[in-house]
Design a protein around this ligand. Structure first.
Ligand code: FE2
Length: 264
């Protein structure tokens, strides 16, 4: 079984990069997961974008601290395979995990959010345990949306041998530590961002630098038709009989805008 996971999709450039990758690799993956919390101009997601992801074969859309940036999400979050972090308090709209049947195997995709330099949600470690205890036979794929490397690494070891994969998101920079942990869990601290390459974590450079030099509030925007866009993520194969990850690779591809406006 082949799995594709793409990191934070940042605005239109990110959506374009994802679309290019999915078109190029049509039919190669049995399950496709993307983090879409920055897909709408960097903040949240719209129903139109969700529909487009689904039409391109995306099976689950994970979110994070930007889940609620577009208030209309409350109207459609239950109608699509969208996951908001599972460790939001009880009663929060939406769901934190989804079970998907692929090739006779039940896969549970879980979205969790870290608590270091982030909102103070419920304990993600405890939340994972409570979900895992309900479906211990499932293959678990976790998007751990967090800022602190230490928290993500600790979580990786905490679920090592129980989760199939722990794929970090949120920092928008792909880390070079994709590996199998001793118990067999595939782990990466951050899968990286899909979006404008020449940007500050997906946002326009000018405004971002201004924010740091002037210390005044600045409205961030996603670069308009950037020269270079990138797709970042992880793909891996699972031997479903043995329940083992048998191969894996980091994905990072850069597309350059041609004179005709298309990316190559
Ligand atoms: Fe985030």
């Amino acid at each position: 079984m082949r799995v594709l996971f793409l990191g934070d999709v940042s605005g239109r450039p990110g959506r374009k990069a994802v679309q290019l990758w999915l078109d190029e690799h049509k039919g190669e993956y049995d399950i496709c997961i993307v983090n879409g919390e920055n897909a709408a101009a960097g903040f949240g997601i719209t129903e139109k974008i969700v529909k487009n992801f689904v039409a391109h074969g995306v099976d689950a859309i994970t979110m994070g601290n930007h889940t609620w940036d577009r208030r209309e999400i409350f109207d459609f979050i239950d109608a699509y395979p969208i996951l908001r972090p599972a460790n939001y308090p009880r009663g929060t709209p939406g769901r934190g995990f989804i079970r998907i049947a692929v090739k006779g195997v039940s896969i549970t995709v879980v979205n969790l959010m870290g608590r270091i330099y982030m909102e103070c949600l419920d304990n993600p470690f405890v939340t994972f345990d409570s979900i895992y205890s309900r479906f211990p036979e499932d293959l678990f794929i976790v998007d751990f949306h967090g800022e602190a490397t230490s928290e993500k690494q600790a979580f990786g070891y905490f679920v090592d041998g129980r989760a199939c994969a722990v794929l970090g998101t949120h920092t928008h920079v792909q880390t070079a530590d994709l590996r199998l942990l001793p118990g067999g869990t595939l782990y990466i601290t951050d899968a990286g961002m899909c979006g404008a390459l020449d940007s500050v974590i997906g946002m326009d450079v000018k405004e971002s630098v201004e924010r740091f030099t002037k210390q005044l509030p600045v409205r961030f925007k996603v670069p308009d038709k950037p020269l270079k866009i990138q797709v970042c993520g992880v793909s891996f194969a699972v031997d479903v009989e043995k329940r083992e990850v048998v191969s894996f690779e980091r994905i990072r591809k850069i597309y350059i805008r041609g004179e005709d406006g298309n990316y190559y």
